[in-house]
Design a binder for this molecule. Structure first.
Ligand SMILES: C[S@@+](CC[C@H](N)C(=O)[O-])C[C@H]1O[C@@H](n2cnc3c(N)ncnc32)[C@H](O)[C@@H]1O
Length: 126
């Protein structure tokens, strides 16, 4: 992990869990996400990469998606411990090095507010 990514990891791991409110901006992101999700079958397998404290994961459940088919990944161990306590599949992982997720294992991958924190955002797409 390079210095910039490591710095972001340390920052997010020391943030209070649930911190990512985005203030008034959250509604804009949320409407975009809700619109994206509305025509997708509810039994699909979702990966949420850079899941934070699970704001979006809770939103998927509210929109009818199945908790047991939501996989949360974040490089903050604190976030992942928090999500595991709530019964989510959750694992620590770096979006720039996600070898543990097999090709074709997700129906949908969602990544909200994450790539810009990294030294090589484009690499996060591969
Ligand atoms: C602004 S928060 C957004 C959290 C969540 N996606 C949401 O919408 O509430 C950014 C999150 O991305 C995570 N993150 C940043 N870079 C990451 C990386 N390289 N790999 C995994 N997670 C990363 C941080 O730990 C943090 O939880």
């Amino acid at each position: 992990m390079d210095n910039i990514t490591q710095w972001a990891q340390e920052l997010y791991d020391t943030c209070r869990v649930g911190h990512y409110s985005y203030g008034d901006q959250r509604e804009i992101y949320e409407n975009f996400l809700i619109d994206f999700l509305k025509d997708i079958p509810k039994d699909i397998l979702i990966y949420d990469i850079g899941c934070g404290s699970g704001y979006c994961a809770q939103l998927y459940i509210k929109r009818g998606f199945q908790k047991e088919k939501i996989y949360c990944v974040d490089f903050s161990p604190q976030n992942i411990a928090f999500l595991k306590q709530q019964g989510f599949h959750a694992s620590v992982g770096d979006i720039l090095d996600l070898n543990e997720i097999a090709d074709g294992s997700a129906d949908v991958v969602i990544c909200n507010g994450v790539l810009h924190h990294n030294s090589d955002p484009l690499k996060g797409f591969w």
